[in-house]
Design a protein around this ligand. Sequence first.
Ligand SMILES: C[S@@+](CC[C@H](N)C(=O)[O-])C[C@H]1O[C@@H](n2cnc3c(N)ncnc32)[C@H](O)[C@@H]1O
Length: 266
Amino acid sequence: MSTTITTAAQVGALTRFAEHLDLHHRIEGWFSVESAAAWDAMLSWQRRNGVSGNLLEIGVWKGKSAALLALHSDPSSEVLLLVDKQFDQPTVERALGEVYGDGPSSYQMLETDSRVLLRDTMMVDAFESFRWIHIDGEHSARAVMNDLEVANGLLADDGVVCVDDYFNFLYPQVTEAVNRYVRENPDDFALFLCGYNKAYLTRPHRVHRYLEFCKTELCTEFEARGVEATLAKTTLPAEMNTFGMGPRFNDQPMRGPDWDQDTVRI
Ligand SMILES: C[S@@+](CC[C@H](N)C(=O)[O-])C[C@H]1O[C@@H](n2cnc3c(N)ncnc32)[C@H](O)[C@@H]1O
């Protein structure tokens, strides 16, 4: 069963996203409209459901995905921390400036190799204070394992870690590293969604909330943002409790297992 978009907060979020797409298309980078729509839906859901906290991106480039995080950050209480080993500072600041306008902003740019983060005092000072972490830096398995370790220390109880280039044929080591990290740390992370080149993790004791969101709201949220997607849950939860998402398949917005395609269990 999918929900409908009815509240003023939901309608407001859709309008803001539609307006943001103009900026999105003007920033160079590797952040698809489909992923932007998925993020916008999830970040809006977090806001509506009282999930607050800082936002972190490792790997910023020209600020394309960072601009969407800026749109969702509350400068009065949340820091947007941007980490890159080499910033194109004027370009990133211009992009973020378009989001914040004359209003307050609370972003910080940290120019460093993400490998040193584990030894930064931030790991203690900002322990479990981030509601959204995007890992999009170096794409070696070693770097992804490091960045997931950073995320493990910083992720809030009910936050989301998103890892770029999961299932991208150019970077098989990213998929291997994410699966290995989740398998070796089953008490810390659960993979609840993947697709459009990204993996989404949350804390295992919160995963039921995000699975429920995927089952009941994400299809509607995609369509409201102009994205024709299929959400797939093609095996039983005991085997793997993860949704896949991708371009609309067989006219099905939601697809269960091959043997029972109308049933989605979480
Ligand atoms: C694919 S780009 C990021 C794309 C960006 N998120 C977007 O929306 O277009 C990767 C970025 O990661 C940065 N990077 C690569 N290795 C890194 C490392 N070890 N630590 C921090 N940043 C790194 C690069 O400088 C580059 O800006």
